[in-house]
Design a protein around this ligand. Structure first.
Ligand code: ADP
Ligand code: MG
Length: 695
């Protein structure tokens, strides 16, 4: 048994390490910076850098890097040695405050969506002292934000940090109105439940589609799928258990609170959930978790697939984004609490979230829009592309009674008076809780379930923080001005419910009836990334981002471009991979098998005309027709791919890809998947679904 407490955080320059290694004054100054975001004096930065370097070297580090999160959605790092030459030919290990605080990676090839013309390709990275530095593979990693020289955000962290400040400020205004003056900071908190698949590494290497795109582009349904539902929470196989143990250990070293692990619904699918923390650190940790999952898998001859839909017809992977807001005094603002005052405050925050989600349905949808997630949203296992809120029966009854002014339960004939009566306790973990809702209240937090497994959670949380801050700010404006706080509060809560209750839905989100019902209610249903993304630059959304300074107008536009470009590129690569696999692997395999069949038939005939070659002939006919079809569809797909660039600007290209390329890919797949069960195993060029999922 490992000594978890000795391992935990051992590779993190955390508060304990800082306290131990920094002079008292420096520690205090740094702590102040961390808590208030104040600028750190250069001389202090030097002291911190030096202590960090000594600590890192003791732990075996030789290099440092500014670790950042460009718009690619994954992390980037460029390593520099601590090593520095001396005049006498020897060397010293150095790391200055300047190097800690600011870096200049050659950033010209990161996506900027037109923000950074190539002639000023330089960007810079700036230390984020609110997320601890850590050591990974012998490199001291310093979490940083990544910006252009004009100060525009080129990364996912910068807007997230801005959004955290915005919600902090607006939530504090509300708290003050309720007489809470102890809290000096409100943090958005988040705990992501990460789903993933593990498959055998040798099998992975045999599939160009998995290697190039992370998902299977071909593959007939196996005789056995997930229909037995025996994998969910099932016993964990020894090889997977060994992987999980090592993964936990690696994450603990990095100070990541990996806590829950279990098998998921699909065969070979698993989940890991950490203990929640603030959205910035949670995002950094989730990026590291995904990276470690891939690395540790390799050590066990496994490959970790983080793609949203690696296998057609089998459940995909998501990331449940558990979100709440808490004060630095430990009060969770989405916890109903126990007193009438806490209850009233809770109800105001609750209706703020309801209003925000309703008003910005499109932004939440956009925050999870990727080519990969399009295969999942609206498909059988994931919430649909329609955003709605699950509150549960009890809370819905309360909300309804507040709105109508009638008694809230059969038990009592009284109606609830906000700020006077006490709310009942809501069960946190009722078993019948709705797993189909895209946005569910789960006792003291909301669970946003549309996020794709491979995505950074920075985007969804930046959106959540900003949209809720927007409503809080509007409410604070009203309440601060009102002569009678209680009266205004009651009216505000009641009116908000009336205006936005159409977003609340406790039924089955996967049913066809809901799609019809949602349309009646006027809820938006943005089925694909191409439908959703253009809404990002709608006036109302640009106004939101610029009002709070979370994104400037040019940053909004650049993000729109980058995301669309990403969509086009992803599908382009997938389509090219399909053509290559069809021409170089599938068609030749079928031809080889057909040759065996026709040789057999010819040999039979050579022996005696009386021997029947009926079966060879019949099979040959079928194969021949199908392989000709595959050849034709591969050609058609190739032709369609060639048209992508000529179809226009990136918006036109995305539409073209969705309307022309995706259907051509499906047509080719259909032929290949029909061939797969008919061709001898020995000739088939890649492992089948059955082999991949039941390794
Ligand atoms: P499940 O939803 O699977 O039943 P839990 O509700 O216990 O599991 O927690 C799921 C995730 O929600 C965990 O990562 C947990 O840390 C996170 N979580 C719990 N409370 C909060 C909170 N106040 N803010 C953000 N995340 C939270
Ligand atoms: Mg959950």
């Amino acid at each position: 048994m490992k000594n978890v407490s000795a391992i935990f955080g051992s590779m993190v320059f955390n508060e304990a390490a800082m306290k131990e290694r920094l002079p008292k004054d420096t520690y205090k100054a740094l702590k102040k910076t961390i808590e208030s975001g104040q600028y750190l004096d250069d001389s202090i930065a030097d002291v911190v850098a030096n202590a960090m370097k000594d600590w890192a070297i003791e732990k075996g580090a030789t290099h440092f890097t500014h670790w950042f999160q460009p718009m690619t959605g994954i992390t980037a790092e460029k390593h520099d040695g601590f090593i520095s030459p001396k005049d006498d030919g020897s060397m010293i290990m150095e790391f200055s405050g300047k190097e800690l605080v600011r870096g200049e990676p050659d950033a010209s090839s990161f996506p900027s969506g037109g923000l950074r013309a190539t002639f000023e390709a330089r960007g810079y990275t700036a230390w984020d002292p609110t997320s601890f530095a850590f050591i990974k593979d012998g490199v001291l990693c310093i979490p940083t934000a990544f910006c252009s020289y004009g100060g525009e955000a080129l990364d996912k962290k910068t807007p997230l940090l801005r959004s955290m400040d915005v919600i902090n400020k607006q939530a504090l205004r509300i708290l003050k109105l309720f007489g809470n003056t102890d809290a000096t900071r409100v943090n958005a908190t988040m705990g992501p439940e990460q789903e993933y698949f593990l498959i055998d590494q040798a099998d992975f290497m045999k599939r160009r589609d998995l290697v190039y795109t992370g998902r299977t582009l071909f593959g007939a349904k196996p005789p056995r799928g997930q229909e037995l539902d025996d994998h969910y929470f099932g016993a964990i196989k020894p090889r997977v258990a060994a992987f999980m143990n090592e993964l936990n250990e690696e994450l603990w070293k990095l100070g990541i609170f990996a806590k829950t692990q279990h098998n998921e619904v699909a065969p070979a699918q698993h989940e890991l959930a950490p203990v929640f923390t603030n959205s910035n650190v949670a995002t950094d940790h989730n990026q590291l978790t995904m990276e470690m999952m891939k690395k540790v898998a390799i050590r066990h001859d496994l490959t970790c697939l983080l793609h949203e839909k690696p296998f057609d017809g089998v459940n995909g992977s998501g990331k449940h984004n558990n979100w709440s807001i808490s004060t630095n005094t430990g009060l969770n603002l989405l916890d109903p609490g126990t007193s009438p005052r806490e209850n009233a405050q809770f109800l105001l925050f609750l209706v703020s979230v309801i209003k925000a989600v309703d008003k910005y349905q499109d932004l939440l949808r956009i925050s999870v829009a990727t080519a990969g997630n399009d295969h999942r949203l609206g498909a059988n296992e994931a919430p649909p592309a329609i955003v709605s809120i699950f509150l549960g029966e009890e809370l819905t009854a309360i909300v309804e009674s507040i709105e109508s002014g009638s008694a809230y339960s059969q038990k009592s004939s009284e109606n609830m008076t906000i700020g006077v009566d006490v709310l009942p306790k809501f069960p946190k973990d009722n078993t019948d809780r709705n797993r189909t809702s895209p946005f569910a209240f789960t006792g003291n937090k909301f669970e946003f379930r549309m996020v794709g497994s491979a995505s950074s959670i920075a985007g969804p949380n930046m959106i959540l923080n900003t949209i809720v801050a927007d409503v809080l700010s509007e409410f604070a404006d009203k309440l601060e001005k009102s002569a009678n706080f209680t009266e205004e509060l009651n009216k505000l809560i009641k009116d908000t419910i009336t205006e936005h209750k159409h977003i609340i839905f406790n039924g089955n989100n996967y049913s066809d009836e809901w799609v019809v019902e949602a349309e009646k209610r006027g809820l938006s249903n943005l089925k694909t990334t191409v439908d959703a993304l253009p809404k990002l630059v709608d006036d109302k959304n640009v106004a939101l981002f610029t009002k709070f300074g979370v994104l400037s107008e040019s940053e909004v536009h650049s993000r729109y471009e980058i995301n669309l470009e990403n969509y086009v590129k992803t599908i382009n690569i997938e389509a090219l991979t399909m053509v290559e696999m069809a021409n170089k692997e599938i068609i030749p395999a079928v031809v080889s098998y057909m040759k065996v069949l026709s040789d057999t038939a010819a040999q039979k005939k050579a022996v005696s005309d009386a021997i029947s070659v009926e079966f060879e002939t019949a099979l040959l006919e079928k194969l021949s027709a199908l392989v000709a079809g595959a050849y034709e569809k591969a050609g058609a797909l190739e032709a369609v791919i060639e048209g992508i660039e000529a179809s226009g600007d990136v918006t036109a290209q995305a539409t073209y890809v969705k309307d022309q390329v995706l259907p051509a890919m499906d047509a080719l797949r259909e032929k290949a998947d029909a061939l797969e069960p008919m061709v001898a195993k020995k000739y088939w060029p890649y492992p089948t679904y059955g082999e991949l999922l039941f390794y």
